[in-house]
Design a protein around this ligand. Sequence first.
Ligand code: PHB
Length: 390
Amino acid sequence: MKHVAIAALAAVLMGGVAHADTIKVGVVGPFSGPFALQGKNFKAGIDAYMALNGNTVGDDTIEVIYRDIPSADPAQSKALSQELVVKEGVQYLAGFYFTPDAMAATPLLEQANVPMVVMNAATSAIVTKSPYVVRTSFTTWQTSTPIAKVAFDGGTRKVISVVSDYGPGVDAEAAFKAGFEAAGGEIVEAIRMPLQTNDFSPIMQRIKDSGAEGVFAFLPSGPTTLGFVKAFNENGLKAGGVKFFAPGDLTQESDLPALGEAALGLTTTFHYAVSHDSAENKSFVEAAGKAIGDPAELSFPAVGAYDGMHVIYKMIEATGGEPDAAKAVEAVKGLSWESPRGPVTIDAESRHITQNIYLREVAKADDGTYYNKEVQTFEKQGDPGLAAAK
Ligand code: PHB
């Protein structure tokens, strides 16, 4: 008893509360260049979480440090992550919009005793690269599997697949093919485009020439998806009745004002729509809208980041702010909560998020704006990609 009193007195004399620290979170993402809006959404989600939950956990103050990586650049990602750990002393790494950037930082984690919370990168295998990776976004296996069923059930039998030629595109192609062929459909051709492709007219011609009734497409959200959907319209495929199937990356809300009628009626499957009808999403959209400035710029990376911060706060709580990556990750295995997207759980085995996937249709609201309208729910979807990779 006496010892406790002396310790408490010592803590007060030494400058107040014992162990009050600043805990740094390093966030790597595209904050300039063509994908800057995606990074801006990371920041909006993080700011919204801290506005609604405070910037302290226990006695510790949370500080977020941002590092800019304009496009997929694994060497740069590794260098920036290392600098955040060694020079800035971050206890957590987070963000990572592009798969190659997330992959490149995973070898640092165990040695540095730092967990990584992936807020976007969507290739299934990322979580297998280190036991310290937790993901709060989605995988393209998870989001592309349900749309294959939607396509077949809607009567489409012949599809051409068009994806960006890197991790999440290759996964999306495999997911759609597996689901569509198992149902009895046929993939007539599978095109993989270089990630840098920005002229989609030749691709549209190949889609026309293939004789497919529909196209399945995946590209990472940004100028890429805007260009692809525009080209689909401008080259007459939409008007010509070619059916369009994709995960929701292709119709992110921030692209809809520029796409307008070109996007109207497009069906996609995804984990999050800004229009999702729930109390949690209402307060999220309000806070994130305020953080980003123009609410029309809100898109899915904001919710991945918001939930990522929730996971990081839980990790800090469980470790009392001490650097203990193993304990931090252990503490969030099986963690469930109500996200703005719906109910979610960090799967204890994979450390990837289990969530509802929604079928949505781009619709026009009474005020003339376009939005993703949720029309069907595929409940509690895990990541089929991990089983496929084994
Ligand atoms: C990725 O690189 O993993 C990625 C990027 C953007 C997306 C989806 C996946 O929309």
